[in-house]
Design a protein around this ligand. Structure first.
Ligand SMILES: Nc1ncnc2c1ncn2[C@@H]1O[C@H](COP(=O)(O)OP(=O)(O)OP(=O)(O)O)[C@@H](O)[C@H]1O
Ligand SMILES: [Mg+2]
Length: 370
């Protein structure tokens, strides 16, 4: 088949392929009622003209944190114009100016003029407009951990939450979103006390919740009988093992694409197997590439040792990085939390654990470029 024949061939197994894309916000947002309620209640004061309650949203990858915020912000915008909602992904905007530009963009419809305007001028313009219009502001800082890398976070929180001292405006709330809340312990004392958030945890979904959510996606996205019950159950169970819904959504999409490539009308188990291989590698690569320098170093050492006793690994880690045991233990819990490593208690050895990667060592080496 020529490229053009492939492109023009409109036989498809997808009723709506968009429901499998990363930016799709589902209409049916299932099994997150209590989290939605808690977050909404903390925003509600903003609709009454005072500051929303600061909130920290945390939980493992692919548990619906970003989706929940986008969903709630949509609802707020439909209910009232008293509370201005600004969503920022800190991977894309990680400076104070960048984040205030986003706020400016929402308020004025355009980015601030790119004439080297100092941050203070933009801040003043933003807060003046909000005061004049009698509106509150909530800023969601998704992936807020990115702001720790360049030491932006403390100053930014003061910019937003201490705006009253300079600009007389005190109706700001911040929603921080991240996987591992322990990072927040690194805030400086002042920022910690002005932020002081309520916390909302997004736990991994249970198997039946994963099934419910994926079944809804399949209903919207694929034609009937493209995916058998048996293969669906297999995909749901693999997704549950990985603990990330994004993985399951991607797996269904890739399986269907492989079936399309074979010009058949049903996904078979080989398509799922093949898609499983590629989806698993992709997820794993994403996680490895998002590590900071010390986490990378840790993985490099672990790849060198293979499965190893925690105490022995610590000695090597300290030699290479000079870090103490507290930092080491925090690293282990974070990497276990994001699914890169697993730890197993060693029988009869008190606190001692064995640590190993959850993926093939050669694979890890290759992605880390070792
Ligand atoms: N309860 C749900 N109902 C329907 N779809 C969901 C639900 N939870 C998550 N999803 C879907 O799963 C995918 C991952 O969700 P989302 O991006 O919100 O996760 P996250 O917790 O922000 O992950 P990360 O920490 O990696 O950023 C998205 O495609 C989202 O639409
Ligand atoms: Mg997210």
């Amino acid at each position: 088949m020529k490229a053009r024949d492939i492109l023009l061939d409109d036989e498809t197994l997808f009723k709506d392929e968009e429901v499998f894309t990363p930016s799709y916000v589902p209409e049916d947002f299932l099994h997150r009622d209590s989290q939605i309620k808690e977050i909404t209640l903390s925003l509600k004061p903003g609709l009454r003209g005072v500051n929303p309650v600061n909130t920290l949203v945390h939980g493992p990858c692919g548990t619906g944190k970003t989706t929940a915020i986008k969903y709630i912000f949509n609802e707020v915008n439909q209910a009232s114009s008293k509370l201005v909602t600004v969503y920022v992904n800190c991977e894309d905007h990680n400076t104070r100016f960048g984040i205030f530009s986003k706020i400016h963009e929402i308020l004025f419809g355009v980015s601030p003029p790119d004439t080297g305007k100092p941050l203070n001028a933009v801040k003043e313009k933003v807060f003046r407009k909000l005061s004049k219009e009698n509106k509150s502001l909530v800023v969601a800082l998704d992936e807020i951990d990115q702001l720790f890398l360049n030491q932006t976070v403390d100053k930014l929180l003061m910019d937003l939450l201490k705006a009253h001292t300079t600009y007389g405006y005190d109706r700001v709330g911040v929603v921080g979103i991240l996987v591992d809340r322990s990072v927040m312990a690194d805030l400086d004392q002042k920022a910690k006390s002005v932020f002081n958030p309520i916390e909302v945890f997004f736990p991994p979904y249970s198997l039946s919740e994963v099934e419910d959510i994926l079944a809804t996606r399949v209903r919207y996205g694929l034609y009937d009988s493209v995916l058998s019950k048996k293969l669906f159950a297999e995909i749901a169970s693999k997704t549950y093992d990985v603990g990330d819904l994004r993985f399951g959504i991607d797996l269904i999409r890739r399986s269907a694409l492989f079936a399309e490539q074979d010009s058949v009308r049903k996904i078979d188990s080989e398509h799922v197997e093949k898609a499983f291989g590629t989806s698993k590698d992709k997820k794993f690569e994403q996680i490895l590439n998002s590590l900071d320098a010390s986490e990378r170093k840790f993985m490099e050492i672990l790849v060198g040792t293979g499965p190893v006793r925690s105490g022995d690994l610590y000695v090597k880690y300290r030699e290479k990085t000079g870090s103490g045991v507290k930092k080491y233990n925090q690293l282990i819990s974070k990497l276990e939390h994001v699914g890169l490593i697993e730890t197993m208690p060693l029988p009869g050895r008190g606190q001692s654990r064995e640590i190993k990667t959850r993926y093939d060592l050669d694979n890890v080496r290759e992605i880390l470029g070792l």
